[in-house]
Every structure is written in structure tokens, then in C-alpha cells.
Design a protein around this ligand. Structure first.
Ligand code: C2E
Ligand code: CA
Ligand code: CA
Ligand code: CA
Length: 277
């Protein structure tokens, strides 16, 4: 039994080292990727619940790794957050997304939603970075939305609040991402100048059959209505989910039922085909 335990321990240490090594090499890869322009933006449509018209696009980051192919943000954002690289990387996302929106000026794609990390909200240069990206690309602030997770709002709330108020005064829109998964005290909603709630896909997944998810979604929609916030359901995959959410008067949908996140040229093709029909 002792030797078994010893092996187990050695295995554990080995696995741990491997993880640490993986993270270190990933963090070096990320710095190089930013230098060599290996990040790419994907775009996922957001549509109106009532008529299915395009209302906006969420920008989602991907890494084109030289040997490992396309890597999802779930695999590298945590490392970029730990190392602080998310700050320059997030600035690149803002600039490149605005550059793309300028190219799409004639296409009428609606609001461009950009994810902001909590670390970016604590960056004193964030406001300048945004102003400059808007200015260079001649974009009206109302066409940009920043998505901030509930947990980011709870962190460091005074400076976060100041930053958000400045952004709000600039005229950009603000939404709370993954709503319902974070802090459960809703009183903070009154404090922050947000425009909409994005209902997390964890709850959307269960409707209309799971009664707990139905209750949670109903509660979120009621809170949003009471506070005058619009609502978007994330991760809508089935017609049954869309029908349920439409009946409950959720405003907008995003999910595989409409489209997966797509590279810019494929997004244009999606939009073109859809508007021909
Ligand atoms: P998120 O902001 O909640 O983005 C939605 C995620 O759900 C995306 O995953 C999207 O591809 C996925 N998704 C969309 N529709 C469906 C659906 O119908 N079913 C399912 N199962 N999934 C769906 P993705 O692109 O892998 O991004 C994961 C997370 O990485 C994002 O979650 C966001 O938190 C983070 N992220 C992505 N891009 C950025 C970025 O530029 N900056 C920062 N700070 N975070 C980012
Ligand atoms: Ca998001
Ligand atoms: Ca989300
Ligand atoms: Ca999420």
C-alpha cells in the first residue's frame, strides 16, 4: 500500500510539473503570438427575438498556434489574465474589432460587442485606448458595447465604477456577461450604468424543460424589466429554447441556432445569404 501511495505521489508531482511547464510555455507562446500577429477575431451574430434581424455581433478571440492549430479563448484567456498579457491583448482586440467595424460600415451589422477583462477595467489607459480606436476608425460610440462579467463588477468596485461611468459618458453601451452565474446580491445592478443583461447559457440550456432553469430565467427577465435593462439569451441552440424565450419576451438571442462564431469573411457570407432569403 505504501509503495502504491509513493507511486501515486510521484505521478501527482510529475503531472503538476507538466502543468506548470505547459502554462509557462503557453505564456511564452502568447507573448510571441501577440508580437507575430497570430490572434484572430471571430464574430457571432446577435438577432432580435421578434423578427430574427441582426442587431449586433460579438467579437470572440482565437489563437492561431503554429503547431497546435486554432486555440479557444477558454484555454488561453486564464493564462493571459494571470500574466497580465490580457491588457495589451485586450487593447489589440479593441483596435482590431474597430478596424473591422469600419470595413463593415456599409453592411449595417449593428452593435459590436467586445469582451473586457477585469484587469482591463483597472488599466488607467483603457479609456484612451478606446477613444483612439473609435477616433481612428470614425466610429460613433453608441455602436460599441463592452461586455463585463458580474464578477469583474464586484472586484475593486470604486475604480471599476469610475471607469464604467467614464465609458458610459463617452456613449458606449455596457452589458453584464454570464448574468446569473456570479455574485448573487443584485443591489449592485443599481450602481453600475449597464444597458443589458446577457443570460448565461447554463440557464438557457435547460429551458423549456428544466423547471429550475425556467424559474431562474423568469427571475432574470423580471429583474431586467424592473430595472429597464434589455436582455439577450446566450447559447440558444434549439427552436424550442428560442420559442420559450420569445414568449417570455427576452429581447435578443445569440447561439448556434443562428450561427457559430465565424471569421470575418464567413460572417459576411452568412449575412449576405441571410439577407437574400
Ligand atoms: P463568453 O463571452 O460568454 O462568450 C460566449 C461563448 O459561448 C463563446 O465561446 C461562444 O463561442 C460560445 N457559444 C456561442 N453560442 C453557443 C451555443 O449556442 N452553444 C454553446 N455551447 N456555446 C456557444 P468562446 O468563443 O470559446 O469564448 C469563451 C470565453 O472566452 C468567452 O465567453 C469570454 O469569456 C472569453 N473571451 C473570448 N474572447 C475574448 C476577448 O476578446 N477578451 C476577453 N477578455 N475574453 C474573451
Ligand atoms: Ca461575452
Ligand atoms: Ca457570456
Ligand atoms: Ca461564459
Amino acid at each position: 500500500a505504501a509503495s502504491h501511495g509513493g507511486n501515486h505521489f510521484r505521478f501527482f508531482v510529475h503531472a503538476l510539473n507538466e502543468r506548470v511547464r505547459d502554462r509557462l510555455s503557453l505564456s511564452t507562446d502568447l507573448v510571441q503570438a501577440l508580437e507575430h500577429d497570430r490572434f484572430e477575431l471571430y464574430f457571432q451574430p446577435q438577432v432580435a427575438a421578434d423578427d430574427g434581424e441582426l442587431t449586433g455581433v460579438e467579437v470572440l478571440l482565437r489563437l492561431r498556434h503554429p503547431t497546435q492549430g486554432l486555440i479557444s479563448p477558454g484555454d488561453f484567456i486564464p493564462v493571459a489574465e494571470e500574466t497580465g498579457l490580457i491588457v495589451p491583448l485586450g487593447a489589440w482586440v479593441i483596435r482590431d474589432a474597430c478596424r473591422q467595424l469600419r470595413l463593415w460600415q456599409a453592411l449595417d451589422v449593428g452593435t459590436l460587442s467586445i469582451n473586457l477583462s477585469p484587469l482591463q477595467l483597472q488599466d488607467p489607459q483603457l479609456f484612451e485606448i478606446i477613444m483612439q480606436a473609435l477616433d481612428v476608425n470614425q466610429i460613433v460610440p453608441a455602436l460599441i458595447e463592452f461586455e463585463i462579467t458580474e464578477n469583474a463588477l464586484m472586484r475593486n468596485s470604486i475604480s471599476t465604477l469610475n471607469q464604467l461611468n467614464r465609458l458610459k459618458q463617452l456613449g458606449v453601451r455596457l452589458s453584464i456577461d454570464d448574468f446569473g452565474t456570479g455574485y448573487s446580491n443584485l443591489s449592485y445592478l443599481k450602481q453600475f450604468p449597464v444597458d443589458r443583461l446577457k443570460i448565461d447559457q447554463a440557464f438557457v440550456r435547460g429551458v423549456p424543460t428544466d423547471s429550475n432553469d425556467v424559474a431562474i430565467v423568469d427571475a432574470i427577465l423580471a429583474v431586467a424589466r424592473a430595472l429597464g435593462l434589455s436582455t439577450l439569451a446566450e447559447g440558444v441552440e434549439t427552436q424550442a429554447q428560442a420559442d420559450f424565450l420569445r414568449a417570455r419576451r427576452c429581447d435578443e438571442f445569440q447561439g448556434y441556432l443562428y450561427s457559430r462564431p465565424l471569421p470575418a469573411n464567413e460572417f459576411e457570407a452568412w449575412l449576405h445569404t441571410r439577407r437574400l432569403i
